[in-house]
Design a protein around this ligand. Structure first.
Ligand code: NAP
Length: 345
C-alpha cells in the first residue's frame, strides 16, 4: 500500500558561499506518483552525498545543469522498484541506481536507472561506494588519467574520503609508494594502519609543508581532490613527466562568486618538468564501468579493498549532512539511509 503523502527536499535558495538552513526546504506532498510508459516507481533506500552537489546549486555552466529553485535536490541513490509502467523491462523488487533525488519516492524513466546485480562478496550499498561513481572515479582517474606505474610515487589529497581512500589502496595494489593527505590525525592513522599507505600527513598541521616535502620528495602522480594551496605545493614537487589527475577542487567549492579564487603560482613547473595536469569527469567512462566493476568487486570479495561508509539516518538529515563533506566530518563515503534494511558495515 502506498502512503497518502511523501516527503521531498527542494532547493529553497542558492547559497552565496556555505550551505545553510535556508538553502533547502522540506515539503510533504500528496502521493500522486504513477509510472507512465517506460517508467518505474521507485522507493528510495539510500542516497549518496557528494561534494559536486554544491556545484549543482550554482547558476553556472557545468557538466550538468544547475538544480532550479523549487526543484527536488538532485542526488544519486539506490531504490527498490515498487511499480512498473507499461513497456518497462524492470520488475517489481528490482534494485536500481539512478539520480533519484532527495525524496522518498520517485517516478523515473527506466533508461535513466541501472539495475543493480550484487556480486558475491558485495552488498547493495557498495554501488554508492567502490562499485559506484566513487569507485569508478578512483579507478579511471588513477588508471586512465594518472597512468600510475609500479615503483612510482603517488600523492593523494582528500585521502580519507570516499574517492581518495580507494585511490590510496589501488596505488598500493599497483606497487606505488603512496603518500596520503588528510585533515586530521585520526584520519591519518586510519590511512596508515588500516589502508596501508606509506605515509599520511595532516594538511592542517603547522609543519605540513615540510612534512609534505620530507614524505614525498618528488612525485610522479598526484590524484587531486582538493585543488588550492595543496595543488600549488604539489606543483613544486613534480618529477619529470608527472601526471596530475585533477579530480576535484573541494577547497574552492564554497568560494563565493565575489571572492578571488587564488590562482596557481607554481604552474610553470608543468613546463620545466614536461608534466600534465588533466581534469576529468567520471561519467565520460560510463561505457567501461561494467568491466571495472567486475575487477573492483573481485577486490572486495578477496578482502584486498576496504570500504568505509559514514551513514546518516533519515532523509530529513540530508541538508545538514551535506556540509559535513566541507568540514571534513566524514571518513569514507557519506550516505543517507532513507528506508529499508540497514547495511552490514
Ligand atoms: N571528476 C569527477 O568525475 C569526480 C567524481 C566524483 C568525485 N569527484 C571529486 O572528488 C573529490 C572527493 O569526493 P568524495 O565524494 O570522495 O568526497 P569525500 O572525499 O568523501 O569528502 C570530502 C572531503 O574533502 C575534504 N575537504 C573538505 N574541505 C577541504 C579543504 N578546504 N581542503 C582540503 N580538503 C578538504 C574533507 O576531508 P579532510 O578532513 O581531509 O579535510 C572531506 O572529508 C571531490 O572534490 C569531488 O568533487 C570528482
Amino acid at each position: 500500500m502506498n502512503p497518502s503523502q511523501y516527503t521531498r527536499i527542494v532547493l529553497n535558495e542558492r547559497p552565496q558561499k556555505f550551505i545553510d538552513s535556508n538553502t533547502f526546504r522540506q515539503e510533504t506532498v500528496p502521493f500522486d506518483l504513477k509510472p507512465g510508459q517506460g517508467q518505474v516507481l521507485v522507493k528510495v533506500t539510500w542516497l549518496s552525498l557528494d561534494p559536486t552537489m554544491r556545484g549543482w546549486l550554482n547558476d553556472t555552466r557545468s557538466y550538468l545543469p544547475p538544480v532550479q529553485i523549487g526543484e527536488t535536490m538532485r542526488a544519486g541513490g539506490l531504490g527498490t522498484v515498487i511499480e512498473v509502467g507499461p513497456g518497462s523491462q524492470l520488475k517489481e523488487s528490482d534494485t536500481v541506481f539512478g539520480m533519484l533525488g532527495w525524496r522518498e519516492y520517485a517516478v523515473v524513466d527506466e533508461k535513466a536507472v541501472r539495475k543493480i546485480i550484487v556480486p558475491p562478496g558485495s552488498q547493495e550499498l557498495d554501488f554508492l561506494g567502490p562499485l559506484g561513481i566513487t569507485g569508478m572515479t578512483a579507478y579511471f582517474g588513477l588508471n586512465d588519467v594518472g597512468k600510475l606505474k609500479a615503483g612510482e610515487t603517488l600523492v593523494v589529497s582528500g585521502a580519507a574520503g570516499a574517492v581518495g581512500s580507494i585511490v590510496c589502496q589501488m596505488g598500493k595494489k599497483q606497487g606505488a609508494k603512496v603518500v596520503a593527505i588528510a585533515g586530521s590525525d585520526e584520519k591519518c592513522q586510519w590511512l596508515e594502519k588500516e589502508l596501508g599507505v606509506d605515509k599520511a600527513i595532516n594538511y592542517k598541521s603547522p609543519t605540513f609543508r615540510k612534512d609534505f616535502i620530507d614524505a614525498v620528495g618528488y612525485l610522479d602522480v598526484y590524484f587531486d581532490n582538493v585543488g588550492g594551496d595543496i595543488l600549488n605545493l604539489a606543483l613544486t614537487r613534480l618529477n619529470k613527466g608527472a601526471r596530475i589527475a585533477f579530480c576535484g577542487a573541494i577547497s574552492d567549492y564554497n568560494s563565493g562568486a565575489d571572492e578571488n579564487i587564488k590562482g596557481l603560482t607554481a604552474y610553470m613547473n608543468l613546463i620545466s618538468q614536461r608534466a600534465k595536469l588533466e581534469g576529468f569527469i567520471v561519467l565520460d567512462y560510463a561505457e567501461k564501468f561494467p568491466e571495472a566493476i567486475k575487477e573492483v568487486a573481485g577486490w572486495l570479495a578477496d578482502g584486498s579493498l576496504k570500504r568505509k561508509f559514514h551513514v546518516v539516518h533519515g532523509l530529513d538529515k540530508a541538508p545538514s549532512a551535506l556540509p559535513m563533506l566541507f568540514t571534513g566530518e566524514n571518513i569514507g563515503k557519506l550516505v543517507i539511509h532513507v528506508s529499508g534494511p540497514d547495511a552490514k558495515l
